[in-house]
Design a protein around this ligand. Structure first.
Ligand code: AMP
Length: 427
């Protein structure tokens, strides 16, 4: 095959029709479950102001310092959204969603953009679904967010996951811990990786997340953040664990778990799957009690998570979980001759108006070729019409699976097709 002149950018992927059906199946399941948990969908623009993302996520995070797609036009600076927590919080503030009363329970599904090195499970345009509960500091909200996340994977059939849990405390706890961590690392500074050296002053917590071999020994012997939690942070963390226990959600405490954005406080978690390979995080999230204020709102506690759709898809493939149905159409109208073709074209509208999906040949093919095409399209029925059928007003309806044929009036055909539709829905 000839090389195409144009291709997608590295790390940006076309989702073709056979895969879109799987995506739609998962998206519908997520929406259905989100509504069951009483989350409402929110949709924000693909582009945000660069300043929002920088302020929201933190100047020194990998995402902001290395991975954002940003450009300017006139006086405006645009960034393709790398995540949705900061944009959702922006929308919450901009539209005074607090005035709707209570805490806001929001969910989203959509594309995100990060200029990362593409590999399996890591793309430059990828998709996330996620939820945010804005306005509650109660550990019940943390537990509900985690319960929703686990529930989605369980419903899909992905059960061999591991939930890692940590608390990175409130700012005071974190400050105390940062100092302890720095004192621990300082004598070994020269032996740290270059990335960790850079993080040492400004973002020492992220050193815990280092994948560099030379940092390992110092991370393993580092003090634990859980030993530095204030009374209040510890009490919150204990309640989260208690509620998860009540919900029979098992978790592993990981005192080294820190997340990639600066906005996290208190609870942090990640859901890991052994079926994913190197990029093993299905989803991650936590509390971000300071973000609303950081980007210009009133102090408002919040908690949420984001999950990768592509990684969900990979896990489903690894586990052979069937997603959705094969391509199919209820009816293929096979026509012979000009008159029949005209009749066929108008008949399509009658079928479609009655909820029956219908198509026909657009290429003037022979009857044999049309029947073959009906098979390829996975049509459940074929309606065959030629001059004789038009004269007698009776048509041949072929059940493609059972290969039996009947001569019927159009009304009778519609009844059979509608019954077969109800049958499909019930089965
Ligand atoms: P984060 O927003 O970084 O907390 O990521 C949440 C989830 O989004 C991760 O656990 C992944 O499943 C997914 N994710 C993050 N970055 C990427 C990426 N570049 N490509 C594919 N999935 C991603």
């Amino acid at each position: 095959m000839a090389q195409p002149t144009y291709t997608t950018h590295a790390g940006m992927v076309d989702i073709l029709p056979d895969d879109v059906r799987k995506w739609q199946f998962l998206e519908e399941l997520i929406r259905e479950e989100a509504h069951r948990f009483n989350f409402e969908e929110i949709r924000t623009p693909i582009m945000e102001q660069t300043e929002l993302i920088v302020r929201g996520l933190g100047q020194l995070t990998d995402i902001v310092s290395k991975e954002i797609f940003a450009f300017s036009r006139g006086d405006d600076n645009y960034v393709l959204r790398p995540e949705l927590t900061a944009p959702v919080v922006r929308a919450y503030i901009e539209h005074h969603l607090d005035q709707r009363g209570g805490s806001q329970k929001l969910y989203y599904i959509g594309p995100m953009f990060r200029a990362e090195r593409p590999q399996k499970g890591r793309q430059r345009q990828f998709h996330q679904f996620g939820v945010e509960i804005i306005g509650s500091s109660d550990a019940v909200a943390d537990a509900e967010v985690i319960a929703f996340m686990i529930h989605i994977y369980n419903r899909i059939g992905i059960k061999n996951t591991r939930l890692k849990l940590n608390s990175i405390g409130d700012p005071e706890s974190r400050e105390a811990y940062k100092n302890a961590l720095k004192s621990h690392l300082k004598p070994h500074f020269d032996k740290l990786s270059d990335v960790s050296k850079k993080r040492f002053e400004k973002n020492p917590l992220r050193i815990l997340d280092s994948k560099e071999e030379e940092d390992r020994p110092f991370i393993e012997s580092a003090p634990l953040i859980t030993d530095y939690l204030s009374q209040e942070s510890k009490a919150h963390y204990d309640r989260v664990k208690q509620y998860l226990g009540d919900l029979d959600i098992s978790f592993e405490e990981d005192p080294y778990l820190v997340r990639g954005m600066d906005y996290y406080t208190q609870t942090a978690f990640e859901l890991i799957s052994p079926d994913l390979g190197a990029q093993d995080a299905l989803a991650g999230g936590g509390r971000y009690d300071l973000l609303v204020e950081e980007i210009g709102g009133q102090p408002t506690p919040a908690v949420g998570f984001a999950a990768g759709m592509e990684r969900l898809m990979i896990a489903c493939e690894e586990l052979d979980i069937p997603l959705g149905t094969e391509k199919h159409v209820d009816l293929y109208v096979v026509t012979l001759g000009d008159q029949a073709r005209r009749w066929g074209l108008s008949s399509l509208r009658q079928f479609r108006n009655r909820g029956i999906s219908a198509t026909m040949d657009y290429m003037g093919r022979s009857m044999k070729a049309q029947m073959k095409d009906a098979n390829r399209e996975n049509a459940h029925y074929a309606l065959i019409v030629g001059d004789n059928e038009l004269r007698e007003n009776r048509f041949t309806l072929r059940n493609m699976k059972e290969s039996d044929e009947q001569q019927l009036s159009l009304d009778e055909i519609i009844v059979i097709l509608k019954n077969s539709l109800t049958g499909q829905k019930e089965s």
